[in-house]
Write a protein that binds this ligand. Structure first.
Ligand code: BTN
Length: 256
C-alpha cells in the first residue's frame, strides 16, 4: 500500500464475497498477518452493528476489512470504533474538500448534517477475539458510500454518499489509502494507551455535541456533552446530572 503505510499487506481484492469481516476473521484464524486487508466490490451477507444488514450494489462503494493483531486489554476495544470513525471522517472530508461538514456520530457512524437530520455516509463494524484475558486480534470493517445515488426506500431519508454530497471525483483507492494511513498511525496507539491525542480531534467533529439525544428505550435523554477520554458519550440530564454511556444506540431527539 502506498504512503509508507504498513496496512494492506497482503491486500485481498474480491469481486464478491459474503462479508469482508468474515473473510478477515477466517484469515485471522488461519494465521494472516497484522495489516492484512480484504476488499470487495460487493457482499452477499454484509453486516452492520446490532444485527443489521449492509447492502451495497456491485462496484459502487468502498467495502473493506483490516486485521489488527493488537494484544491489548479487552476494555480498550470499544473506543477503537471512534478512532476508525475519525479516520473515515477525515478521508471523506478530504474527498469532499470540506473539513467542517463531515462528523463522527458516536459510537461508529460517519454522518453529514442536513436540514432533515444526520445522513449516514459510512459505517464501521469492529469485532475482536480474545486469547485468554487479552485481545488476540481486532477486525475493523468499513463501508463508505461513494458512488451510490439511489438508496432503498428505508434508507433514502437517512443515507447519503460522496456522489450525492457533490464530491468532485470520488476515488475509492484514494479513500482506502487515506483511511489505512490514518489507522496505521492511530489505532495501535489507541489500543495500548487510550484515545489520547485522537480525543481532541474527535471532540472537534462530534455530531451529537450540544444536541438533544435519546435512546429508543428512554433510559438516556438529555443534552450530549461530549465524548470522554474512554470513548463514552456524556449526556447531561434535565436535572443537570451527567450520565456516561459506554455502548448502545443513541439518536438525535426531535424537539418536544
Ligand atoms: C454499521 O453501520 O452498522 C456498520 C456497517 C459496516 C459495514 C462494513 S462493509 C465492510 C465490512 N463487511 C461487513 O460485513 N460489514 C463491514
Amino acid at each position: 500500500m502506498a504512503r509508507g503505510c504498513r496496512l494492506g499487506q497482503p491486500l485481498h481484492v474480491l469481486p464478491e464475497t459474503g462479508s469482508t469481516n468474515d473473510d478477515a476473521k477466517a484469515g485471522a484464524r488461519a494465521g494472516a498477518p497484522h495489516g492484512a486487508v480484504w476488499i470487495a466490490e460487493t457482499q452477499t451477507r454484509g453486516r452492520g452493528r446490532q444485527g443489521r444488514t449492509w447492502v451495497s450494489p456491485p462496484g459502487e462503494n468502498l467495502l473493506f476489512s483490516a486485521l489488527f493483531r493488537i494484544p491489548c486489554a479487552p476494555a480498550r476495544v470499544p473506543p477503537l470504533s471512534l478512532v476508525c470513525g475519525l479516520a473515515v471522517r477525515d478521508a471523506v472530508a478530504r474527498a469532499l474538500g470540506d473539513d467542517a461538514r463531515v462528523l463522527v456520530k458516536w459510537p461508529n457512524d460517519v454522518v453529514v448534517p442536513t436540514a432533515g437530520g444526520l445522513r449516514k455516509i459510512a459505517g464501521i463494524l469492529v469485532e475482536s477475539a480474545l486469547a485468554g484475558s487479552r485481545v488476540d486480534h481486532v477486525v475493523v470493517g468499513i463501508g463508505i458510500n461513494v458512488h451510490t445515488r439511489s438508496f432503498p426506500d428505508d434508507l433514502a431519508a437517512i443515507a447519503t454518499s460522496l456522489a450525492l454530497e457533490g464530491a468532485p471525483s470520488p476515488d475509492r483507492a484514494e479513500l482506502l489509502a487515506d483511511v489505512l494511513a490514518a489507522l496505521d498511525r492511530d489505532l495501535e496507539q489507541a489500543a495500548h494507551r487510550g484515545l489520547g491525542p485522537v480525543h481532541a480531534r474527535l471532540a472537534a467533529h462530534d455530531a451529537f455535541l450540544g444536541r438533544a439525544v435519546a435512546s429508543d428505550d428512554g433510559t438516556i435523554d438529555g443534552l450530549a456533552a461530549g465524548i470522554d477520554a474512554d470513548g463514552r458519550l456524556v449526556v447531561r440530564r434535565p436535572d443537570g446530572t451527567l450520565t456516561k454511556v459506554a455502548s448502545g444506540e443513541v439518536r438525535l431527539r426531535p424537539a418536544r
